[in-house]
Design a protein around this ligand. Structure first.
Ligand SMILES: Cc1ncc(COP(=O)(O)O)c(C=O)c1O
Length: 394
């Protein structure tokens, strides 16, 4: 290893200097750093960051090796790299029956694509329709550019309300359908999504339909299936996916949209040129070519989630049926004081999600060791609150 490469490498190594640090690669806690900058955590102890729906293990050795392998090319623009950025849509398309490179557009995270979709398909006369609460990016972008937003309340199972969303789609420029939905972790079946698309197309043929599948790799519900087949076959429909969740690459910023070619072409007009760095190209290719690693990550998440859900249920608190790497729990009390008390004990949980901030909290799934530590803290924080409330009643 040359001196220059060693210096680059040193920024990424763990203390024993033998491995890349997955937390650096996944940029674990990026959102949390911004969000909790002012929040006190105990000095010295490393906080448990379960606030931003990241993969606590990062991307896996195969990806870390690919990044290191690509570093000598970091001086090259992505279009001059040996596997260059323009090869990525074809590499993604090869994983889906019937897809071609023209059906895929890359983004700096799927966040770039959500932003560009709002820019491309909404105007002051063509609103965005979005479930609420849901992932905020489309909502925030629409507000910034002056496109009206139709917020659609969730149903009583805290799922995206299909009937109301169809209604809100009429005349909209773009409808956002988050499946699974963040923050509620609920999912709709393939049959329901197919019916939704058919009915929006009939009621409002010019409305573009965005189906966000950021948490696709974590779903275990047998009725669920990706909507990519629908998107490839239907005008004005596309699906977004990300490498930030199960693939553990949130810090690398890689996502894509896949769907009907003319819709993807329109998104391409808004795409940041060469937004994916040269080492990241290697990371993404290594990631998609190792499905066994994702299978293992899904299983790990399912097991740790089951432990966490049961521990909270034993304390008397129920979560929605989570199909993601986070849970949405009814704590029967406001999230803010719970969050502050947990932070003081070194555990960082999710932000407020109005209108559920007075009852529910979003908790991401960390490693088993982290969740055991977190559950101990939850027990103390929630137990203490219960005791105080009981005393108040006496
Ligand atoms: C539902 C959903 N979509 C998209 C994103 C954006 O992720 P990224 O830009 O990292 O791909 C997130 C991030 O948390 C999300 O929860």
């Amino acid at each position: 290893m040359s001196l220059t490469r060693r210096r680059l490498f040193q920024r990424l190594v763990t203390l024993d200097e033998t491995q890349l640090n997955p937390e650096v690669v996944s940029d674990r806690g990026r959102e949390a750093r911004v969000e909790f900058a002012a929040q006190a955590t105990p000095a010295g102890a490393k906080p448990v960051r379960i606030s931003s729906n990241e993969n606590p293990l990062g991307p896996g050795q195969h990806v870390l090796d690919a990044i290191v392998g690509k570093f000598p090319e970091a001086g090259r623009y992505p279009f001059n790299a040996t596997q260059n950025e323009s090869s990525l849509p074809a590499a993604i398309a090869a994983k889906f029956t019937g897809a071609k490179a023209e059906n895929v557009v890359m983004g700096a995270g799927s966040g770039e694509i959500l932003t560009n979709a709002v820019r491309a398909f909404t105007t002051s006369a063509k609103p965005l329709a979005t479930p609420w609460p849901s992932f905020e990016n489309p909502y925030t972008t629409a507000k910034k550019i002056g496109s009206p937003v139709r917020e659609v309340k969730l149903n009583d199972k805290l799922q995206v309300d299909v009937e109301k969303t169809i209604e809100a789609s009429k005349g909209a420029g773009l409808v956002f359908f988050c499946n699974p939905n963040n923050p509620t972790a609920t999912v709709h079946s393939h049959a329901t999504v197919a019916d939704f698309v058919k009915r929006v197309r009939a009621a409002s043929p010019d409305t573009v339909i965005l189906i966000d599948e950021a948490y696709h790799d974590y779903v275990t519900d047998p009725n669920y299936k990706s909507a990519v087949d629908i998107a490839l076959a239907t005008p004005n429909v596309f699906v977004t996916r990300t490498f930030s969740k199960a693939y553990g690459m949130a810090g690398l910023r890689i996502g894509y949209a896949i769907g009907h070619a003319p819709t993807i072409k329109r998104l391409n007009d808004f795409k940041m040129p060469y937004g994916i760095g040269t080492p990241h190209i290697g990371a993404m290719l290594a990631g998609i070519n190792n499905p066994a690693h994702i299978e293992q990550e899904r299983k790990r998440n399912t097991d740790v989630k089951a432990f966490t859900v049961k521990a909270l249920a034993d304390m008397g608190f129920t979560a929605t049926d989570s199909q993601a790497n986070f849970i949405f729990v009814n704590l029967k009390r406001p999230a803010a004081p719970f969050r502050d008390a947990c932070a003081a004990a070194g555990v960082l949980v999710g932000r407020d999600f109005p209108p559920y901030e007075k009852t529910h909290c979003r908790i991401s799934i960390g490693t088993m060791a982290e969740m055991q530590r977190a559950v101990d803290v939850f027990r103390k924080v929630l137990g203490a609150a219960t005791t105080t409330a009981a005393k108040d009643k006496q």
